[in-house]
Design a protein around this ligand. Structure first.
Ligand SMILES: *[C@@H]1O[C@H](CO)[C@@H](O)[C@H](O)[C@H]1NC(C)=O
Ligand SMILES: *[C@@H]1O[C@H](CO)[C@@H](O)[C@H](O)[C@H]1NC(C)=O
Ligand SMILES: *[C@@H]1O[C@H](CO)[C@@H](O)[C@H](O)[C@H]1NC(C)=O
Length: 155
């Protein structure tokens, strides 16, 4: 693995570890409106169905090659974000994250690290688009930790 690939793998590990930690915490409320989690669950499953249909158009032998499903994956991530906002939930949130992990397990369970082609970008923009949600997740985590520390001080 070159250093770029190692960085990407590290990011993913950090992301999964961090989100696992976060999912035990309650979802912060959307200002003024409550996050409707049962509706969110239903809405993200629609995103999942769309992603499944998109993936069905891709030869399963390419399912471990990010180059082949990058735009579909981006659409899926975008869909979960849009739906979260529709039902007044923060994005990313624990429910969406555990659903995304479920989808990962479904599609990428047979992909070993050597077989997963994380970095093979004919189009760097798409790589950036994929990693934006990951960076956002980490930024959210930092914010949540920072806010809870701050409220500890104020208490
Ligand atoms: C959440 O959404 C479901 C399905 O749309 C609805 O039946 C339920 O009343 C909503 N709950 C709240 C608290 O708004
Ligand atoms: C991944 O897909 C791209 C585009 O088709 C191809 O150029 C590349 O060789 C593939 N990588 C692997 C390891 O199959
Ligand atoms: C993973 O491999 C098993 C056994 O070969 C197969 O039954 C299953 O459909 C595969 N899953 C995916 C997502 O490719």
């Amino acid at each position: 693995m070159d250093s770029h690939e190692r960085m990407v793998v590290k990011l993913l590990v950090v992301w999964v570890l961090a989100t696992d930690g976060l999912s035990t915490k309650p979802n912060p409320p959307w200002p003024g409106k409550a996050c409707n989690e049962s509706r969110l669950q239903w809405e993200v499953e629609i995103c999942g169905e769309e992603f499944k249909q998109d993936m069905a158009h891709i030869n399963p032998q390419h399912w471990c090659n990010l180059t082949h499903f990058m735009s579909e994956y981006h659409l899926f991530t975008l869909c979960t974000e849009t739906k979260s906002h529709t039902v007044h939930c923060y994005w990313p949130n624990p429910l969406v994250e555990s659903y995304i992990i479920l989808v990962h397990k479904h599609f990428f369970s047979n992909c070993t690290m050597e077989h997963v082609v994380w970095v093979d970008p004919p189009d760097n923009t798409l790589t950036i688009l994929i990693f934006i949600p990951i960076f956002l997740t980490m930024a959210m985590i930092t914010l949540v930790v920072w806010c809870s520390k701050k409220s500890d001080i104020l208490d």
